[in-house]
Design a protein around this ligand. Structure first.
Ligand code: SAM
Length: 306
């Protein structure tokens, strides 16, 4: 049971100290506590046997920006003091509302934006790290954050075919390393995953690495957005959830983030699909026992695939 402290969540050093001395995350459910605990601007009220009645809880749908929701997700799912690898650090926007010393943050990217390196004094920065081949030991992190380019327009063989050209260049710089790609995998470039499959392929390869470097019980926080590609609805979040199940990653929580502004459309002829103004944060737990949401209804009964 958690309550929000104020409208601007911040993870705090105090919460970190609380965790290190056996804080909220380690306490048995329903047990008594003498102090309130604060984590990321989310404060657990004084607990009593059987809990407290409140409507002030972290909810699954938010209107707003990444930074605010990300801080809340950390507060709910990642104990302060945890060792966290953000392997697609980008501009570090996710961390804007998180205190410098709340976590041990390892910030890496295939191409770190120069302005971010060193901007957060306690963060450890590493440039030129591909999230599909991490230089970390097995089971060495408590949490991994993954937010790769989420749309097929950012995976093109020529830069002038990529999304975010001209006046939208800032978008391309923020959401990708701005380079064309031949696609991953063996064999002829023409046989490698393309378009939407290139997006999912990156999530798949990075997910395998995440499953390797996370300790058991560790959390994987993934940002993604569905897309319409070649006029087909592609539910990226479903593909990631079901694909990650095969890696022993259980989708423990799902957050929907709704843009506060209206999405603009240039050259609309006839609208076929709803224009997406929402994205997802998925929280996976690495666990020994698999829990499946991949089902086959065709045989009449209920067949769980994992
Ligand atoms: C959507 S942005 C991440 C934004 C970031 N979460 C933030 O808060 O600013 C995607 C990032 O993934 C990086 N990237 C693309 N391919 C990558 C790869 N194979 N390995 C690591 N980073 C990659 C890009 O350079 C870009 O910075």
């Amino acid at each position: 049971m958690v309550t929000r402290q104020n409208d601007s969540p911040r993870t705090s050093a105090a919460a970190k100290r609380s965790s290190r001395s056996g804080g909220a995350g380690k306490r048995a459910r329903g047990s008594k506590s003498t102090k309130s605990q604060s984590q990321g601007g989310v404060t657990s009220p004084r607990r009593v046997q059987g809990g407290v009645a409140t409507s002030d809880v972290v909810t699954s749908a938010h209107v707003g920006d990444n930074a605010k929701l990300f801080a809340r997700i950390l507060a709910l799912h990642v104990p302060p003091g945890s060792r966290v690898a953000d392997v697609t650090f980008g501009k570090g926007v996710f961390w804007k509302l998180v205190d410098d010393d709340a976590y041990e943050v390892h910030a890496s990217d295939i191409e770190l934006k120069p302005a971010v390196v060193g901007a957060r004094p306690s963060f450890l920065y590493a440039d030129g790290i591909d999230c599909r081949a991490l230089p970390y030991e097995d089971e060495s992190f408590d949490c991994l954050v993954l937010d790769p380019p989420y749309m097929e327009g950012l995976f093109r063989r020529k830069t002038d075919h990529m999304a975010g050209s001209g006046t939208h260049a800032a978008f391309r710089v923020a959401y990708s390393n701005g380079r064309a790609t031949e696609g991953e995998g063996e064999g002829e470039p023409s046989k490698r995953p393309r378009w939407h499959d290139a997006v999912v392929d990156l999530y798949a390869r990075a997910g395998r690495e995440a499953a390797r470097v996370l300790r058991r019980g560790g959390a994987l926080i993934v940002k993604c957005q569905d897309e319409v590609s070649a006029n087909k609805q592609r539910l990226t979040h479903v593909e990631i959830i079901t694909g990650y199940e095969s890696l022993g990653l259980y989708c423990k929580d799902l957050f929907v983030l709704v843009r506060p502004n209206s999405p603009g459309v240039s050259r609309l002829k006839r609208q076929v699909h709803a224009r997406k103004n929402h994205s997802y944060f998925l929280v996976f737990a690495k666990r020994a026992t698999r829990i499946s949401s991949v089902l086959d209804f065709s045989a009449g009964g209920l067949d769980r695939r994992v």
